[in-house]
Design a protein. Structure first.
Length: 136
C-alpha cells in the first residue's frame, strides 16, 4: 500500500493550508509587535484560530490515513503482518499517528510579556511534509 493520488493531493493541500495560515499568523504577530499604545489582540487571536482550524483538518486527515493503513494490514494474513513488509507497514502507520498541537495565546507570550514570539513553535506543515507516502 502507498498513498494514492487523491491522498497525496490532500496531503499537499493540508500542508499548504497550514503554511498559509502560519504566514498569516506571523504577519499578525509582527503587526501586533510593531503597534504602539493600546494593542489589539483580536487579529492575532483570529490568526491563531484559523491556524488551529487548519491543524484540526490535517489531524483528521492523518487519522484517516492511520485507519486506512490499519484496514489494509488487517486484511493481510498473520504471517504477512509478522513479515518485513508487515513490520514496515506497522512502522509507517505509527509515523502517521501524530498529534498536531494547537497554538494558544499564552504560547506566544515572552517572559517579559512583550513582544509576542513564534520562534519556539515549529510550523506543523513541516511535520506533514516529513511524513512518508509509502512504507520504507
Amino acid at each position: 500500500m502507498k498513498l494514492n493520488k487523491a491522498q497525496l493531493k490532500e496531503l499537499t493541500e493540508r500542508s499548504n493550508s497550514i503554511s498559509s495560515a502560519w504566514q498569516d499568523l506571523e504577519e499578525a504577530v509582527e503587526k501586533y509587535n510593531e503597534a504602539t499604545g493600546e494593542k489589539d489582540k483580536k487579529p492575532v487571536e483570529d490568526a491563531i484560530s484559523i491556524y488551529n482550524d487548519a491543524l484540526d483538518s490535517a489531524q483528521g486527515f492523518c487519522e484517516t490515513i492511520v485507519g486506512d493503513i490499519e484496514e489494509f494490514m488487517e486484511e493481510k494474513s498473520e504471517k504477512w503482518q509478522e513479515s518485513d513488509k508487515g513490520e514496515a507497514h506497522a512502522n509507517w502507520k505509527d509515523s502517521w499517528d501524530i498529534t498536531l498541537d494547537p497554538i494558544t495565546w499564552d504560547m506566544l507570550i515572552t517572559q517579559d510579556g512583550d513582544p509576542l514570539d513564534l520562534s519556539s513553535i515549529e510550523p506543523a506543515n513541516e511535520t506533514l511534509d516529513a511524513l512518508a507516502t509509502e512504507p520504507e
